[in-house]
Design a protein. Structure first.
Length: 320
């Protein structure tokens, strides 16, 4: 397994220290869930029968990709924030390749996900793949600055990743994205919609324990890369529905009172029994909220497609 570069290690350590020492609820940044092991586990989650989100996302792209790209002016380049393996993106790229040579820029902080994405999509005729191993907005700025004067951008932000942001932070992120774009650039935004709480909890706490392994791997990663001594047998994965904020929360619950050392973060901490570390949120939306959010952040909602089997929306937003 590739080791992190020293600057990445110091950034990882600083983020872990800051998040775990927050007053009140301890946290860990969800972006660190996706190392090589975490990315592989997430791919497994996506095919679980309980996790309908990814299949709904893909169904809409397969069914409507030609209509989606027909609404985007030529010439257009495609940038994707958090591409993962890129399997779902194939529908959009193949639809675009029918009318033009297409440059596709996956933007990922995981080098393993980037490699998988390039392997998945590099063989499509008339599609060139150039990956950016950068945070989302930094990578998007790099792509935007390098495009031709008359070129348009189609930004893909699929899989309801926007739901990982608190609502105010998500809107701030969309505003920052809009500041990087030109008028008439487009954003295809995936949003998971509200549904029965029992279904949502099963999607994030499957009986096979794959999501639990994904969550616990974050502690294992801190052990591997920062020299920590988390005992994974003393933690339990827990998924919660927060009714007030309409979101799923993933936590790691300490099953006993324990002490943990993280040498690279210069941190020693005590965890009480039943104390949790909050690792990820997934906010859910109502379909009618998306056009309103678009308007507040400098976009207009050009079109919306909704999957009825697993309520999920693809939203085509155009920069005003």
């Amino acid at each position: 397994m590739a080791m992190l570069a020293p600057t990445h290690v110091s950034e990882f350590a600083a983020d872990v220290r800051e998040s775990l020492t927050k007053p009140g609820q301890r946290e860990l940044p969800s972006k660190y869930l996706y190392d090589e092991v975490g990315s592989a586990l997430f791919e497994a989650i996506c095919v679980l029968p309980e996790y309908g989100l990814t299949r709904a996302d893909a169904r809409l792209l397969e069914k409507h990709s030609r209509e989606i790209v027909a609404r985007v002016p030529s010439p257009v380049q495609v940038a994707e924030l958090g591409s993962g393996s890129g399997k779902k993106t194939r529908w959009i790229l193949e639809a675009l390749a029918r009318r033009q040579k297409t440059y596709y820029y996956p933007i990922e902080i995981s080098p393993h996900a980037l490699a998988a994405c390039e392997k998945e999509l590099a063989q499509i005729d008339l599609v060139s793949v150039v990956g950016y191993e950068q945070p989302y907005l930094q990578g998007l700025r790099s792509v935007a600055e390098s495009r031709d004067e008359d070129g348009h951008l189609l930004v893909l932000f699929l899989g309801s990743t926007i739901g990982n942001f608190d609502r105010d932070a998500g809107e701030m992120f969309l505003r920052e994205m809009r500041d990087t774009l030109r008028p008439d650039d487009a954003l295809l935004l995936g949003t998971d919609l509200e549904k029965a709480v029992e279904l949502q909890l099963l999607a994030y706490d499957d009986p096979a324990g794959v999501t639990a392994a994904f969550n616990l791997n974050l502690l294992a990663r801190i052990n591997r890369e920062l020299g920590a001594d988390f005992d994974l047998s003393c933690f339990r994965h827990e998924a919660r529905w927060n009714y007030a904020d309409r979101r799923i929360e993933m936590h790691l619950l300490s099953t006993c009172r324990q002490s943990v050392r993280i040498p690279a973060a210069n941190l020693r901490m005590a965890l009480d029994e039943n104390e949790t570390i909050w690792t990820e949120s997934s906010h859910k939306y109502k379909a009618e909220e998306i056009p309103e959010m678009a308007e507040r952040t400098g976009f207009r909602c050009e079109a919306q497609w909704i999957d009825e089997e697993w309520p999920f929306a693809q939203n085509l937003l155009v920069a005003e």
